[in-house]
Every structure is written in structure tokens, then in C-alpha cells.
Design a protein around this ligand. Structure first.
Ligand SMILES: NC(=O)c1ccc[n+]([C@@H]2O[C@H](COP(=O)([O-])OP(=O)(O)OC[C@H]3O[C@@H](n4cnc5c(N)ncnc54)[C@H](OP(=O)(O)O)[C@@H]3O)[C@@H](O)[C@H]2O)c1
Length: 466
């Protein structure tokens, strides 16, 4: 690879979707510039500062006019933010061809992530572990459509510092290992060893795509502006550093070359690094994987943590809805048409949506003559979905049957109230309608306006027990 030239050696990336972390500066930004020149479908730049990201996008688009880059907010020091970033990505793309886990911090003072993990391991490894785990289904789906496992890649930025670790490699008992000021380096080494171990374990578990780790070389970037020893090193070796542009070559090669092999760790020039006692220890790789799984577990359980990554407020109201709303229009009876699914095919979809945190379902009485609402009810019953976990949006206006049309459609008071009643009946036939509607009207929550009626339905269904 010593002769690797990004301009000529990167193949066409037409149709490819790329996500790269920490690309608002340094190696990541240069990596995007080179990738953008080969016509990818989209590049997602995931970083923690919107202003810096937008500035980087401007710079990149000056270098590559029209480069298709979009920003995704991502703070690797917060697992909630990582989960949010994955959700944002999933809302925008259903494929991922190249994931470059590039962001990193080095030799920063002792500290913790927002979730209480040692800061260097937390940002450099755990945040990326969680991001990759959440993006895994998309990587797998993309790989399933590809002609070779080489077509889909995960590239992890490690460092030659992977060899400077605590004596046990990863000191699980106290990840904030070391007390002396220069132990910041040992903790950096620990996090970079974690990048290599993660690479090997991921490659072993997922042969359907290609996972590699790289050391980019010594690159004159902001990474060296943290600890005084880093600043001193930068000053000492001033003039001998590689530029950030050449620092991107190993990542670019690993992301696109046919010569890489999954599970490997490459030094600059695509030179295979044989590894250390710790990086070649499969038990340590497994222990790190298990520890990481446990560390992120509660953050992926959206039901325990109140759906924060999927929630947004509905307009200016206080009501929270999932950012993705699940449409139920085509659920009913397939005899109606090719676009309609039967109940049997529909129920697993509703379950999958609920499990993925999509807790707002949109239906309406007129969809398939109320069959859609009935199927929604069956899903709630079958999967024991608690009422406080779900929001159902339903509406009124259209007519359900075709006879006696005069008062069976429109926004008259009569039809609006009838629609509320009918929808509630389809969704929960046990509800005592007369009493419920009377209470709603008396409380002043039901108005003549349809907008209010929609609200009543949402509120009612969300607080069925009240
Ligand atoms: N430079 C070298 O000599 C060298 C050597 C070996 C390995 N590496 C590795 O190469 C990778 C890139 O380094 P670089 O030299 O390009 O460093 P850099 O110029 O300092 O860039 C690091 C990037 O990571 C981002 N980042 C830091 N903390 C983050 C967080 N909590 N959440 C999201 N993004 C975060 C930074 O964003 P902000 O702008 O918001 O801070 C920045 O975009 C790192 O993984 C590093 O360990 C570099």
C-alpha cells in the first residue's frame, strides 16, 4: 500500500453510504474529502459540535463541490447521544457500506463520561462499540445485498499506543488505572488496545462484512493539544510530523482496498501489525466484549429510560411522540388490494416497531373500513403493550361505510363525536363510551373543533386507566 494514492486508488463509491465519527477536523475531515471525490451516495459526518461540523462541511464542499454530506449529532461521551445518533441515522438511511470509527481523545486529564465510564475508554472504545452495535442490523442488511464481505466495512482508528497499557491490558477492576500525571498515556493505550480487541472480536462474530483496525501514523492534529507532555512532544518533533492529509491514507486504504483482511490491524502503509500479548488474547477480547455489552445494556432499553432518543414534542404541546411515527394504513385484509397486509403479516411489524421504540402509531377509522384500528388493538392485546407506552393517533372526517352518507363523513359535531366513539370502540371495546365521552365533554376537553377531538383521542388512549 506504500504507493496508495487516494485520488486514483479509491474505486468508485457510487451508491455507497458512509458514516464517519469525529470528522469535523483532523484525520476524519481529510478522510471525508478524499471519499467525497469518488461519488458516494451520502457521507454522514457524526460529531459533537454542530458549529464545527457545519464549518467542516463548508470546507469540504469547497474542496469537493456538491459533496453529499450530512451532519449527525454524536457525543461519544454520552451513550444516550450515541443511541440518538444511531436513531437519526436509521431515520435517514437504510444502508451503511462504510463505518469509520475515527473520533478520539488522547491523554486527557482523568475524568468520566456522562455515564460514569473512564473518559478515554468511554469515548474511544465504548461509544464506538455502542454505535457499531446499534448500526449492526443496517451493516448486515447492506452486506446481504452485497456481492462480497469486502463491500461493507468497519474501520476502527487505533494507535501504536495500543502496546502501552496496564500490565493486564484492560484493567477492568479500575479503568481509571494509574495515579501519576503521565498515566494519562497508559489509559490512552488501554483505550487503543480496546479498539484492536474490538476489531478482532467483531470480525470473528461477523464474517458477513469486513472489520479492520488502523494506526494512522504520527499526525500533526489537534489530538496533540491536550496534556503538556503531548504539547511538548509536538514541539520537539516539529517539522517531522505527517500532515493530516497523509494521516488519512491508512483509513482510506482500509475502507476501500481489496487487499485488507478482516480482523487485521494495519500500521501506515498497510503494514500488517502482528500485535502484542494482549491484542492477540482472545479471552481478553471476549472479556472486553462482554463488559461492553453489559455497560451499554441499560442504554438500549428505551422502555426503561423513557424513549428519550426517539421522543420529540408534538408541535408546541407537552405531548411526547416518537420521532418516527408508524403508519398503519395498509393493514387490514389483503383481498382489498396488493398493498394491504393481512393481520398475520401485520402483527410482527407492529411488534418490531414497538420493540424499536417507535411508540406512536397512526391509524384512522376509514383505513380499510376500520380494520386497521382493529388490528392495532389486537397487537396491543397480543403483545401486552401497556397503554402508557403507546400513543395512537387517529382522526375523523371520512366515511367508513358507503350507505347513509349524509352524516357519516365531514367535521360536523355529530360525525366528529361518532368518530371518536367508533375509534375508541375499535381500539378498546371494553370502554364504557357514554360515561367516557360525558366526562370528556364535561371536563371541557372536547370542543367542536376537530383539532381538539384529535387531542382528546390521544390523551384518552394514553391515559386509559384515568
Ligand atoms: N494524530 C495522531 O498522531 C494519531 C495517532 C494515532 C492514532 N490516532 C487516532 O486517530 C483518530 C483521529 O485523530 P485526529 O488526529 O484526527 O484527532 P483530532 O484532530 O483531535 O480529531 C478528533 C476528532 O474526534 C472528535 N471527538 C473527540 N471527542 C469526541 C466525543 N466525545 N464525541 C464525538 N466526537 C469526539 C473531535 O471532535 P471535536 O472537534 O468536537 O473535539 C474531532 O473531530 C483518533 O482516534 C486518534 O486516537 C491519531
Amino acid at each position: 500500500m506504500s504507493t496508495f494514492n487516494p485520488a486514483t486508488d479509491i474505486p468508485s463509491l457510487t451508491g455507497k453510504v458512509i458514516l464517519i465519527t469525529g470528522a469535523n477536523t483532523g484525520i476524519g475531515k481529510e478522510t471525508i474529502i478524499s471519499l467525497a471525490k469518488h461519488n458516494p451516495d451520502k457521507i454522514y459526518l457524526a460529531s459533537r459540535d454542530k458549529g464545527r461540523a457545519n464549518q467542516a462541511i463548508d470546507d469540504i464542499q469547497k474542496a469537493v463541490p456538491g459533496a453529499p454530506i450530512e451532519f449527525i449529532p454524536l457525543d461519544l461521551a454520552s451513550l444516550d447521544s450515541v443511541r440518538d445518533a444511531a436513531a437519526t441515522f436509521h431515520a435517514r438511511s437504510n444502508r451503511l457500506d462504510i463505518l469509520i470509527n475515527n473520533a478520539g481523545i488522547m491523554a486527557v486529564p482523568s475524568g468520566k463520561t456522562k455515564d460514569g465510564f473512564e473518559i478515554q475508554l468511554g469515548v474511544n472504545h465504548l461509544g464506538h462499540f455502542f454505535l457499531t452495535k446499534l448500526l449492526l442490523p443496517t451493516l448486515q442488511n447492506t452486506a446481504a445485498q452485497a456481492s462480497s464481505p469486502m463491500d461493507v466495512r468497519v474501520v476502527n482508528l487505533s494507535s501504536m499506543a495500543y502496546a502501552s497499557t496496564p500490565s493486564d491490558g484492560i484493567h477492568f477492576k479500575n479503568l481509571n488505572v494509574g495515579r501519576k500525571p503521565w498515566d494519562v498515556w497508559m489509559r490512552y493505550g488501554q483505550s487503543k488496545l480496546a479498539n484492536v480487541l474490538f476489531t478482532k472480536e467483531l470480525a470473528g462474530r461477523h464474517s458477513e462484512f469486513t472489520t479492520v483496525a488502523v494506526h494512522p501514523g504520527f499526525i500533526n492534529s489537534d489530538l496533540w493539544s491536550t496534556h503538556w507532555t503531548a504539547q511538548f512532544t509536538r514541539w520537539m518533533f516539529n517539522g517531522t510530523w505527517l500532515t493530516v492529509e497523509s494521516g488519512s491514507h491508512n483509513s482510506l486504504w482500509a475502507a476501500t482496498s481489496p487487499d485488507v483482511k478482516s480482523g487485521n490491524f494495519y500500521f501506515p502503509g498497510g503494514k500488517l501489525e502482528n500485535g502484542s500479548k494482549h491484542s492477540n488474547n482472545p479471552k481478553l477480547a471476549k472479556a472486553l466484549w462482554d463488559w461492553s455489552e453489559q455497560a451499554v445494556e441499560k442504554f438500549q432499553d428505551f422502555r426503561r429510560y423513557g424513549l428519550s432518543f426517539f421522543e420529540c414534542r408534538l408541535g408546541k404541546s407537552g405531548l411526547k411522540v416518537s420521532k418516527i411515527i408508524f403508519g398503519c394504513m395498509s393493514y387490514g385484509n389483503s383481498e382489498w388490494g396488493k398493498w394491504v397486509l393481512d393481520e398475520e403479516a401485520t402483527l410482527p411489524l407492529l411488534k418490531a416497531a414497538y420493540d424499536a421504540g417507535i411508540n406512536t402509531w397512526d391509524t384512522v377509522e376509514i383505513y380499510l373500513n376500520a380494520q386497521s384500528e382493529v388490528i392495532v388493538r389486537r397487537a396491543i392485546e397480543k403483545f401486552n403493550i401497556p397503554s402508557e407506552r403507546l400513543l395512537i393517533l387517529t382522526k375523523c372526517f371520512g366515511a367508513v361505510d358507503e350507505e347513509n352518507m349524509s352524516n357519516r363523513y365531514g367535521l360536523s359535531r355529530t360525525h366528529s363525536f361518532d368518530s371518536v366513539e367508533a375509534s375508541i370502540h375499535h381500539l378498546d371495546p371494553d370502554v364504557e363510551m357514554e360515561e367516557t365521552l360525558k366526562a370528556l365533554v364535561q371536563s371541557g376537553m372536547v370542543r367542536y373543533l376537530v383539532a381538539w377531538l384529535v387531542w382528546v383521542k390521544i390523551t384518552f388512549l394514553n391515559n386509559a386507566d384515568e
